[in-house]
Design a protein around this ligand. Sequence first.
Ligand SMILES: [Ca+2]
Ligand SMILES: [Ca+2]
Ligand SMILES: [Ca+2]
Length: 218
Amino acid sequence: MKHRNLVLTAFALLTGVALADSNVDPAHKHAYGANLGWIDMRGDVSHGAVIGQAYCTGYVWSANAGWIGLSNAQACVRTTTLDPGPDRDGDGLPDAWEYARTGGTNILSGGGHDADHDGASDLAECLADTDPLDPDDRLEVVAIAVSGTTNTVRWTARPTRSYRLEATNRLPSAVGEWPDAGPGVIAPPVSSPAMATVSGVTETTRFYRVRAIVPLPN
Ligand SMILES: [Ca+2]
Ligand SMILES: [Ca+2]
Ligand SMILES: [Ca+2]
C-alpha cells in the first residue's frame, strides 16, 4: 500500500461559525468505516482523540488500520503505523495474513519454511506480500537492460509495498555492501513489473537486488 496516508474526513468545519470545543463522548466513541471496521475514538485527552473547532489531535485505533494519528494541521486522519495483529501460533507470521492466504494457521510457518517451494520463504512472501501458495509468485528481478551507462531494472511488485533497489560490483557481498543503487525508497508501484533506472554506471560488472519495504512498520 502506498504510504498509508489515509485521508478520511475533515472532522471539523472551517467556517466562521463559533463552535464549542469538545472531546469524544466516552459513551459514543466509535465510528465505522467499511474498509476500516470499527474505529475506537478512545476519548482520552492524553492519548486519544480530541476534536476541536477546526482541528483534531491525538490518536484513534482501528482493528484493520492500526493507530491513526489525527493531524491538527489539516484536520485530516492519517495512518501512522500498521499493526500486523496477533501471532497466536508463534510462527512469526501475522495470523490475519495466514488466514487471508490459506484460511488457517497450519499451512504456513516462519523461519525458512517455504510452502510453495519457490525459493522465497513464507516469511519473505509475507514481507513482500506475494502468494505463499503460488510458486510462480514471488519478489524477483525479471529483467535488467543496459543502454550505454544506463541500467534499467524491472521486478515483480505489489501496490502494498515500497521498494529499494540495491547494487554491488562483486559477489558474494558482505553485509553492508549492498548500497542503494540511487533511486532511494521507491513508492508503491501501480503495476507490475515495476521499473527503476540507474544512470552513470561505468562498471563492467554490476549486480542488483530489490528489497520490499512494508510501509509504516509497526
Ligand atoms: Ca502466525
Ligand atoms: Ca514460497
Ligand atoms: Ca510464492
